[in-house]
Write a protein that binds this ligand. Sequence first.
Ligand SMILES: Cc1ncc(COP(=O)(O)O)c(C=O)c1O
Length: 375
Amino acid sequence: MEDLFLSSNGSQLGSFSPLHGGALNAAAEYFNIPADKWLDISTGINPASWPIPAIPTAVWQRLPEDQRDREDGLEQVALNYYLRDTECADSRIQRSNILASAGSQQAIRLLPNLYNAIFRGSKAKRTAKVWITAGSYAEHGIAWEEQGHRVNKVACEKITQLLTQQPVDVLILLNPDNPSGHRWSAEQLLKWWSILHSRGGWLIVDEAFMDTTPEHSLVGQVEHEGLFVLRSVGKFFGLAGLRLGFVLSAEKTTKQLRKMLGPWAVSHPSQYLGRLALQDKEWINKQRYDLSQQSLRLAALLETYFSCRCEGTDLFQTLHHTKSEYIFNQLAKQAVLVRFLPATNKTPAGLRFGLPKNTEANWQHLESALASLKI
Ligand SMILES: Cc1ncc(COP(=O)(O)O)c(C=O)c1O
């Protein structure tokens, strides 16, 4: 697989080259600045996390019971939340289309295994030709490559061309994309799904950053065979440590995934808190508004200092700059940790800025670090 590991072997960041954002302790050690002095905006996780209530002792003591048949069980609650503001929802989508997992990461790892189980007997399909957008979140490519498939990269703007010119067994898109912020309409995605499906292929859409724009989600269309949608509770709810996510797909494949996952994949405390968080409409609505405002503030600040356009989502802003690596280092020396995005052969180097926790002290910290850059 090309491109994915540029940050660990191709960059000039020396030994500080984490594959993902959030490596605060490693940065503290590398730059010799105590961890509590940093403004860590290297992830796209909501810094105002959903407020955790006390967890009853029984939730820690007992295994979670199977709640699949319950109207108020975790998966039904999640389905209600994911379908609520979606523009294209099919009324046939139900609990048999959704599976809770220990973060969407677990589902990312399961999908190549499911593919292997389904296409084991097919010589032509056994080794899948997998395509993912260049520079996107690396874990999808890693998971497919580790299961023996061929992973290739395509630029976000070239998908239609790809599907007419290349054999594609699995297309993986992040909508919106992390880190580029690129978005595709549900209509466009369904057209691509239809092309893939006619050749027995799959479309996987990772919607980890979709919570603030639910109208564009494809969750309402997952009865289409070979369409998989992933959701994460970690980002928007600011609960990455909870390890809770969902995979939605046609009934048959959801059933197979459930069998592969086995019982108790999601801890009882995660199920308990997830059920409450996903039903907290007031908090959800307020966050959608607050995050959009803070993201606009961040974009305006960055555009002022870098004189270039940012792209992103309500949880992060990304920019491309010829001096990205230098800027990353200069910001780090002032205890501002951002995500450095190494160049790939299809995308230039860049920087991703997450939202700071919304205090004036944090915004000041960021602004004074930006103001002191000499670029
Ligand atoms: C696009 C994308 N998808 C999925 C994940 C995995 O998230 P989680 O396993 O916490 O749901 C991440 C984490 O950074 C991500 O950026």
